[in-house]
Design a protein around this ligand. Structure first.
Ligand SMILES: [Zn+2]
Length: 325
């Protein structure tokens, strides 16, 4: 792990509140993903729960969002301060695709791209083929190497993992989103297809593995079980989990994995956090996580099919059966 000890410490030991030391375990329990996972003490109205922290004492309180926190509390008087702060940190106090920002560091390996954070239209990462024996498509070199290493490890366990869709350009996302829009209502399309600029596939860090259809029930396969257990070891997360639809804005996609590096992946997968929750729970004073150096990633097995980085090839024709997130 190439993370300064001081930063690692700040990630794991956040200033004490509630009379104890906050850890990722405690923080993740605060994730605003429904009442069931929020500690009972925090669910009681903040004004009457003596031990509940004030908003300003929360490690992930961001002063610049104070007005929105207040509005969220006013709209949801039964919510705790923690729940309101996390909700606003994720942008969920605005409808999807409103209050959007343009991603400033699109090359970061931990870049958050969603319905509030859009990639610039001219962003085109350097990508390389995953290699013919690993399926189709291209990824950024770190993600491609990590996927090959993961697929090799799975193969040793008798599991086949193949890329069926990886990098997509802005133009391709635009055309595919518009194609869906010609067949379905926008409200429905938005649950399974990203608007141009909002697709993780445009980062070159996300791919669909083996299938890309709910009807395939990938979640019932040994490959899905293997990924659930091992994907974080290779720096990947299940990006659109079941039960987090209100946070990600997308239906469950058991086949869609995102490379974020091993450190972040292990926190997210161990704690059941989406990438949105991971960033919302970060202490306000922390800087954006740096892109993990390549040396921190799993060493990929050298294979003949590992193509060198190359300019992006023209987009292949869209496969009508592929999802478009
Ligand atoms: Zn996908």
């Amino acid at each position: 792990m190439h993370i300064p000890a001081s930063r690692l410490l700040s990630l794991l030991l956040i200033p004490p509140v509630l009379g104890g030391v906050l850890t990722w375990s405690a923080l993740s329990a605060w994730a605003a993903d429904g009442a069931a996972q929020v500690p009972a003490a925090l669910l009681t109205p903040a004004r009457t729960a003596g031990e509940a922290p004030a908003m300003e004492d929360l490690p992930f309180y961001r002063p610049e969002l104070a007005g929105r926190y207040g509005a969220c509390q006013a709209a949801h008087p039964d919510w705790t301060a923690a729940r309101s702060v996390l909700w606003v940190n994720m942008g969920l106090d605005h409808p999807f695709y409103t209050g959007t920002d343009t991603v400033e560091q699109p090359d970061s390996l931990t870049v958050l791209v969603n319905k509030y954070r859009l990639l610039p239209a001219d962003y085109a990462p350097q990508v390389e083929s995953v290699g013919a024996s690993y399926g189709s498509g291209s990824l950024r070199p770190q993600a491609a190497a990590a996927f090959r290493a993961m697929a090799d490890a799975a193969r040793a366990d008798g599991i086949s993992l193949r890329s069926v869709s990886a990098y997509r350009s802005y133009a391709r996302q635009e055309s595919t989103y518009n194609r869906w829009l010609s067949q379905d209502s926008q409200a429905s399309v938005d649950t399974y297809s990203a608007r141009p600029g909002a697709s993780e596939h445009q980062t070159g860090l996300a791919l669909d593995i083996n299938v890309a259809s709910l009807k395939a029930h990938f979640e019932d396969t040994p490959a899905y079980a293997w990924l659930a257990e091992h994907c974080a070891e290779y720096g990947f997360i299940l990006r659109y989990p079941q039960g987090k639809e209100h946070i990600t804005g997308y239906q469950f996609e058991p086949w869609h994995y995102r490379y974020v590096g091993v450190e972040v992946a292990q926190v997210c997968m161990d704690r059941g956090l989406t990438l949105e929750e991971y960033f919302a729970l970060r202490p306000a004073q922390e800087e954006e996580p740096e892109a993990a150096p390549e040396a921190a990633d799993p060493e990929p097995a050298q294979t003949e099919s590992a193509a060198p980085a190359q300019p992006v090839a023209p987009d292949p024709q869209p496969d009508p059966d592929l999802p478009m997130i």
